[in-house]
Every structure is written in structure tokens, then in C-alpha cells.
Design a protein around this ligand. Structure first.
Ligand SMILES: Cc1cc2nc3c(=O)[nH]c(=O)nc-3n(C[C@H](O)[C@H](O)[C@H](O)COP(=O)(O)OP(=O)(O)OC[C@H]3O[C@@H](n4cnc5c(N)ncnc54)[C@H](O)[C@@H]3O)c2cc1C
Length: 235
């Protein structure tokens, strides 16, 4: 029988720092839990403090997250110091940040930092969408070392990746390290400014990340393409 909702103690079984402040975290998880790509789970940090995290992967009795500890609040501090074997109440899934499977063939996915997690989850969990749609991922970070897209989707067909990097020039080794990706010096909103589509009706925009980035992206897309963006706001 498939579970629709979980609320139980799960064990931290893997923790690895993958870039400046981002940890790849894995917990045990009910194998039978039914969730939809793009949803998130609550992790109880202490009896009165809970934060939510987008599901990166969930299969084979394991759920994975990418957790940015740079916000520096209680949850960030918790994950900085949490040890393997720690137990936390995991609750959910929640949310409706789903890929709209409609006639719009080009999906523009805009994210900064761990805002890319629900997009990775969509793209990894359903191969059929890669046949139906073309994806353009605009990923924003200060430095390339904080890259979170190509490392997980290196050879995916129908996915183009643009790295919008604010605090670093294009390194000489870029094309070798990130074949078929585009380096752009600037913010994701600067890249959107120069985007051009022959047929805008064929394009759908999504954005995920911190509140101010999501707001800026929505605003820019409204001005430039007169379209609404489907968003998930991390606060
Ligand atoms: C639907 C949803 C999904 C989320 N998924 C993820 C995820 O997959 N990975 C992840 O790292 N975080 C994710 N978050 C953010 C997460 O829930 C916490 O807010 C974050 O870990 C900070 O918690 P804290 O207790 O350390 O700091 P808090 O005291 O809660 O926050 C400190 C400050 O940081 C801001 N902030 C919170 N998150 C971010 C962020 N990612 N980037 C920039 N500023 C931020 C807050 O607005 C606040 O001003 C998600 C949030 C939501 C609402």
C-alpha cells in the first residue's frame, strides 16, 4: 500500500559538503511514500523548530536533500554540526510546485543556489519529460564552485544550462569542465534581459530560490515577456 503522508523519526545516514555552504544530506525514508516531483518535506530540528526542504531524490528507502547553511539560522547551524545517526521527525510531503505538462514546449527554469533542487527532482524523476520538452536552466551563483546543475545532470538531452556567475570571470577551463554549457557574467535577471524567443506563446517560466530573487525574476519576466512566472519561494 502506498503512503500518502509520513510523520516519523528518520535517521541521518549521509552528509557531505559539496560546495561553499551546501550539504548533500540523506535520511532513511518510507519506501512506500507517494510524493510528486517538486514537493518538499518538513524536518523537525528541535521540539519547537521545523524547516522545510525540497526533495532532491527519494527512492529505495532514502530521501536526499541539498541544504544551504548560509542563511545561518537554527536549521543551518543544526545541519552544520549534525552527525550521522541523528534522528529527526520528517513530515510531509507538501507543495504543488509541479512541472505543468502542457502545450508549451520550452520550459525556462530559473534558480539561484539550492533553489534548483525541485528542478533537479523533476528532471531526474521522469525521463519522459525530456522527450516532450526543451529545458533552459538559468542557474545563478556567486562562483562556479557553487555550481549545482551540471554536476547532477551532466549529459541530459534537451537540457541547456546557463551559469550566471556574479563574482568570477569565465575560467579558461570552463568549456572543458562544463561542455555545452554557457557562462554568463552577471545575475540571472541580466541574462533574462537578453533572452529572445521567436514564439513566446511556446515558452513557460519557472523560478525558485530566495524571496528577493524570485520577486526580481517575476518582475523581469513580466516586463520582458508579459508573462507570469510559476514560483516557489524559499523565504
Ligand atoms: C518550500 C520551501 C522549500 C525549501 N527547500 C530548501 C532546500 O531544498 N534547500 C535549502 O537549502 N533551503 C530550502 N528552503 C529554506 C529552508 O526551509 C530554511 O529556510 C533555511 O534552511 C534557513 O533556515 P534557518 O533556520 O537556518 O534560518 P532562518 O532563521 O529560517 O532564516 C534566516 C534567513 O535566511 C533566509 N533564507 C532562508 N533560506 C534561504 C535560502 N535558501 N537562500 C537565501 N536566503 C534564505 C530567510 O528568509 C531568513 O531571512 C526551503 C524553503 C521553502 C519555503
Amino acid at each position: 500500500m502506498c503512503l500518502q503522508f509520513t510523520k516519523r523519526l528518520e535517521k541521518l545516514i549521509f552528509k557531505e559538503k559539496i560546495c561553499s555552504d551546501v550539504y548533500h544530506i540523506k535520511y532513511t525514508f518510507p519506501e512506500s511514500l507517494n510524493y510528486k516531483a517538486g514537493q518538499y518535506l518538513g524536518i523537525q530540528i528541535n521540539p519547537i523548530y521545523r524547516r522545510v526542504y525540497s526533495i532532491f531524490r527519494a527512492k529505495g528507502g532514502v530521501v536526499e536533500f541539498l541544504i544551504d547553511t548560509s542563511p545561518g539560522g537554527l536549521a543551518s547551524q543544526y545541519f552544520e554540526s549534525a552527525s550521522i545517526g541523528s534522528e529527526n521527525l520528517i513530515i510531509g510531503p507538501y507543495g504543488n510546485f509541479f512541472l505543468r505538462q502542457n502545450q508549451k514546449r520550452i520550459k525556462v527554469l530559473v534558480a539561484t543556489g539550492t533553489g534548483v533542487v525541485p528542478f533537479l527532482n523533476w528532471l531526474e524523476s521522469d525521463q519522459t519529460i525530456l522527450e516532450k520538452y526543451k529545458f533552459l536552466i538559468l542557474f545563478g551563483a556567486r562562483k562556479l564552485e557553487d555550481e549545482l546543475v551540471y554536476r547532477f545532470l551532466p549529459r541530459a538531452r534537451n537540457i541547456s544550462i546557463v551559469h550566471c556567475i556574479t563574482r568570477e570571470d569565465k575560467p579558461q577551463s570552463y568549456n572543458e569542465n562544463y561542455p555545452n554549457c554557457i557562462f554568463f557574467k552577471g545575475r540571472v535577471t541580466d541574462y533574462i534581459e537578453q533572452l529572445d524567443f521567436k514564439e513566446c506563446d511556446d515558452v513557460e517560466f519557472y523560478a525558485c530560490g530566495s524571496a528577493h530573487t524570485v520577486e526580481d525574476v517575476k518582475q523581469k519576466i513580466r516586463e520582458k515577456f508579459n508573462q507570469e512566472t510559476i514560483v516557489e519561494d524559499y523565504g
